[in-house]
Design a protein around this ligand. Structure first.
Ligand SMILES: [Zn+2]
Length: 152
């Protein structure tokens, strides 16, 4: 997958369940007053919730599936969903583009979560989806033109 190195690292942290979510920090003994998801306030700030089960994440995934004219398919975990995306039914070039979109989605959700958690900036679902499209199209263009892919 041709995406910025930072994004590849984020994907690996997710697949290895090593992302510093509030649940992860709490399990490692960091004293926290609350570990709830800042988006919905009902779920936990945990890997699968942030990237899959939270209403915000689900809606962004649904918009991406619609954008690609794909049937909406969800998994039990974000690791399983990314694995499914990797083994999709596309041609190799379409798979590269779809994976860029998935990576952009994960990156955009993580940045939006951090913006809310650390700065109090709440992005709408439409704004997050817009960021997904911009990032993925930027990376796909760079991939096609064999440019150096930079962070976005
Ligand atoms: Zn939530």
């Amino acid at each position: 997958m041709r995406v910025p190195h930072k994004v590849q690292c984020l994907n690996w942290f997710i697949l290895l369940d090593r992302l510093p979510t509030l649940q992860m920090l709490s399990m490692r003994g960091v004293p926290l007053l609350e570990i709830e998801c800042k988006w919905c306030g009902t779920g936990m700030d945990a890997l699968d919730h942030i990237f899959l089960h939270c209403e915000v994440a689900r809606r962004v995934w649904e918009l991406c599936f619609q954008w690609w004219h794909l049937e909406v398919v969800f998994s039990q975990s974000i690791g399983d969903l990314l694995w499914q995306c990797f083994h999709g039914f596309f041609t190799s070039i379409e798979r590269e583009w779809w994976l860029a979109c998935c990576a952009a989605l994960v990156r955009s959700l993580w940045l939006a979560r951090n913006a809310l958690m650390f700065k109090g900036n709440r992005f709408s679902i439409r704004e997050i989806f817009f960021q997904v499209r911009i990032r993925s199209l930027f990376w796909i263009r760079a991939f096609r033109e064999s440019d150096v892919i930079e962070e976005l």
